[in-house]
Design a protein around this ligand. Structure first.
Ligand SMILES: [Fe+2]
Ligand SMILES: [Fe+2]
Length: 297
């Protein structure tokens, strides 16, 4: 298969997943400079199942840092902040659109989402560790960074399975195997979807550049997600055939952060990786809350 064939085919697909209209409007609204609580809350309320899910996630252990339950969307917006609510809406909606895509064989969906959620959670902890001002966006970024893999699986299933197996057999990164077999990578395909959906530019940047953060525009955000991606793989949240041992300070994400003046050298990585022992529980709880069924292992 060639790159052009894949692109042509993607253009022709009529049932390409779409975001619910309300969600697209929320994403657009969130990018405007004069967004206010009432508009945001009004829009989310137009989609009652979405409103219920956002409230559920806001009360999940992962977000929960308040003694009392958050019982209304307006309260959630006040307590968590508009930015965080938009992060939740984006994550929950994209995940809901995709949770049932993919065909099971070869592409292991559960393993895939575990990897993505783990990357988001680790990215958030790492951003906190660095006191990065990424406003929770690194979580959504981590969650969506590999979204192109779902498209490849859904619309180019046999070639994608072939690429997946090639990456395992040859212990090479999946994107190299994709390039070889499909002529295109999950980063490019995911980026096309991000453009089509009008996702914020930082998300498109993360999706396109998470394997080479030095090329990114939103460099610190992409670098943080790229390191979280590596750490997720080094833990038990791998997907594909990449080697999981690496020297962190040799990674381009690390160097990008160092060059930007982040004190990466001062992070106690031993303590940080130990704290990742809890990631499993958080991954399960997040997936259970968003998908509505248990993420049994
Ligand atoms: Fe990737
Ligand atoms: Fe990844």
């Amino acid at each position: 298969m060639t790159r052009d064939e894949v692109l042509k085919h993607l253009e022709k697909i009529e049932d390409l997943p779409t975001l619910p209209e309300v969600v697209s409007r929320i994403i657009v609204l969130a990018q405007s400079p004069d967004v206010n609580i009432r508009d945001l809350s009004g829009l989310i309320h137009r989609d009652p199942p979405l409103a219920a899910k956002v409230l559920k996630v806001a009360n999940a252990p992962y977000y929960r840092c308040f003694l009392k339950d958050i019982d209304s969307l307006d309260r959630a917006i006040i307590l968590l902040g508009m930015e965080e609510i938009v992060n939740i809406v984006t994550s929950v909606s994209v995940m809901s659109v995709f949770v049932d895509k993919g065909r099971g064989t070869g592409f292991k969906r559960k393993q895939f989402w575990n990897h993505c959620v783990a990357t988001g959670i680790i990215a958030r902890s790492f951003a906190r560790e660095l006191s990065a001002k990424t406003a929770g966006k690194e979580f959504v970024g981590g969650l969506l960074h590999d979204i192109g893999k779902i498209l490849l699986d859904a619309y180019f299933h046999s070639s994608f399975v072939e690429a997946y197996e090639y990456s395992i057999e040859n212990r090479c990164p999946l994107f190299m195997a994709e390039s070889r077999i499909l002529g295109i990578t999950h980063m490019e395909v995911g980026y096309l979807l991000a453009l089509k959906w009008g996702l914020p530019q930082y998300l498109g940047d993360i999706i396109l550049n998470h394997h080479w953060p030095d090329k990114a525009r939103f460099k610190d955000m992409v670098a943080i997600v790229s390191i979280a991606n590596l750490l997720a793989k080094a833990g038990k949240y791998a997907y594909g055939g990449e080697k999981s041992s690496f020297i962190l300070s040799d990674q381009s994400g690390w160097q990008v952060l160092d060059n930007m003046g982040y004190t990466v050298g001062a992070v106690d990585m031993e303590r940080f990786t130990m704290s990742m022992d809890n990631v499993g529980k958080e991954v399960d709880s997040y997936i259970t809350t968003v998908s509505g069924h248990s993420n049994g292992r």
